[in-house]
Design a binder for this molecule. Structure first.
Ligand SMILES: [Zn+2]
Length: 434
């Protein structure tokens, strides 16, 4: 009988795994295992928890789906994803829609998953049901979501929703951009026949983001609802959140790799493949975001795919706003020069903590044996052919990234190794601790 199912020999310690859990950690475990992996020249990360993906299933698998989306996530080093409630059809806003998505994900996902529930004007009476189904939190939009069946909330509905969420002990994630400001400027641009990329960028200014963040933070303070502002695009936004937290408000934020490695100049060069909301910002803003990273809690990909025809439109305002990026979340961060410890915090430890996933986020005895082995000396050039998405477009095509994802392990099982995915999906629903 072997002592372990799997032993990973890394540079600073050995990691022993039994029954899908980390069972022992130490310098040179003198033990036997069914399988042994030599990672002495590699970096070992706790499995990436990408808390922001749109896999669009059920209902819009022609956009992505759990099969292709989770393959890309696994190849990128992610072991868990949180799927957003919109873009699935029906959106995840009540019990039956939650059940339908869970069933789809259980049969197809290569990685573990948690599901966000939606907070929309018509479903305040469904929030308890969603809590009982064990959603990871609630997601709402303060501006148009781009999806008809997922309307944004007004301030009064958001206040009521956050009150209920606080009672249910649910965290609320918000897309924070001012509807009034973005709609007004978009209308003016279109009326004047102005529809270039620069016009689009100007139609969603930083002030629209800051205005919404301020109002959201005030509501969090008032309702005592835990709040997470997703995809903050600039250092000024992060600072507002850090100040509120210093004043006792339970608010955190996420940013995304595209705001850390791309700018408005890249969008002008790349075109609509780089359209997202909030939009890419200036080089100065990108730098201030980087300098504010200590006050950021999580980094998620906001993988928001679509068929190419939806990106390939004459009028930029009609282009789908979303970047395909879950496959390169980890590699982009390594390539950006962030320390490996900091990356592990932002993509795994702090994510598990903020969203209360007790079994995830640490390479420690008793935790799920989720980890990713990266060759820091390796590199990967992103090509169209290397993308595992249903629709092979990404603003990162052509980029050479330092650090190659060698192996991804989920609950002790290798789900990705040297370009190959596991034969069968094994993803399970991850329930937050209540
Ligand atoms: Zn999103």
């Amino acid at each position: 009988m072997a002592d372990f199912d799997l032993i990973v020999r890394s540079a600073d310690r050995d990691i022993g795994i039994v029954d899908g859990k980390f069972a022992a950690l130490g310098s040179s475990l003198p033990s036997s295992a069914h399988e042994e992996v030599d990672a002495t020249k590699m970096s070992v990360f706790p499995g990436v928890i990408d808390s922001h993906v749109h896999f669009n299933e059920p209902g819009r698998t022609d956009w992505e789906g759990f099969d292709t989306g989770s393959r890309a996530a696994a190849a990128g080093g992610s072991t868990t994803v949180f799927d957003m409630p919109l873009n699935a059809h029906p959106p995840t806003i009540d019990g039956p829609s939650f059940d339908a998505k869970k069933a789809a994900a259980e049969s197809k996902s290569f990685v573990d998953f948690s599901l966000w529930g939606g907070l929309v004007p018509a479903n305040l009476n469904q929030l308890k049901t969603l809590r009982d189904r064990e959603v990871v939190g609630l997601k709402a939009f303060m501006c148009n979501s781009g999806i008809e069946d997922f309307p944004h909330v007004t301030m009064s509905i958001l206040r009521e929703g956050m009150r209920i969420a606080a009672d249910l002990d649910l965290i609320v994630a918000l897309h924070a951009e001012s509807e009034e400001m973005t709609q007004q400027s978009t209308k003016e641009k279109l009326a004047a026949g102005k529809a270039t990329i620069i016009d689009f960028l100007e139609s969603r200014p930083i002030e629209a983001e800051l205005d919404a963040i301020r109002r959201a933070v005030d509501l969090s303070h008032e309702t005592r609802c835990r709040l997470h502002i997703v995809h903050v695009s600039c250092g000024a936004g992060v600072q507002l959140i850090a100040e509120a937290r210093a004043n006792g408000v339970d608010v955190t934020c996420e940013t995304c790799p595209h705001y850390l490695v791309l700018t408005d100049k890249d969008m002008k060069r790349l075109g609509s493949v780089a359209k997202c909301a909030p939009p890419l910002r200036s080089e100065k803003d990108r730098q201030s975001l980087r300098e504010s990273l200590t006050d950021v809690t999580t980094i998620g990909s906001d993988h928001s795919p679509s068929p190419w025809f939806m990106k390939n439109r004459q009028i930029v305002f009609e282009v789908w706003g979303g970047i395909s990026g879950c496959q390169h979340l980890l590699a982009l961060l390594i390539d950006s020069g962030l320390s490996l410890e900091r990356i592990a915090d932002l993509t795994s430890r702090q994510v598990a903590k903020r969203f209360r996933l007790d079994q995830k986020g640490e390479i420690a005895v008793g935790y799920d044996a989720d980890f990713t082995i990266v060759d820091p000396a390796g590199n990967e050039t992103v090509t169209t052919e290397s993308l595992l998405y249903r629709h092979r477009h990404s603003p990162y095509v052509g980029r050479k990234l330092r650090g190659r994802i060698v192996r991804t392990v989920l609950r002790g099982q290798t789900i990705y190794c040297d370009g190959k995915l596991a034969a069968q999906p094994m993803g399970q629903l991850v329930r937050p601790n209540r």
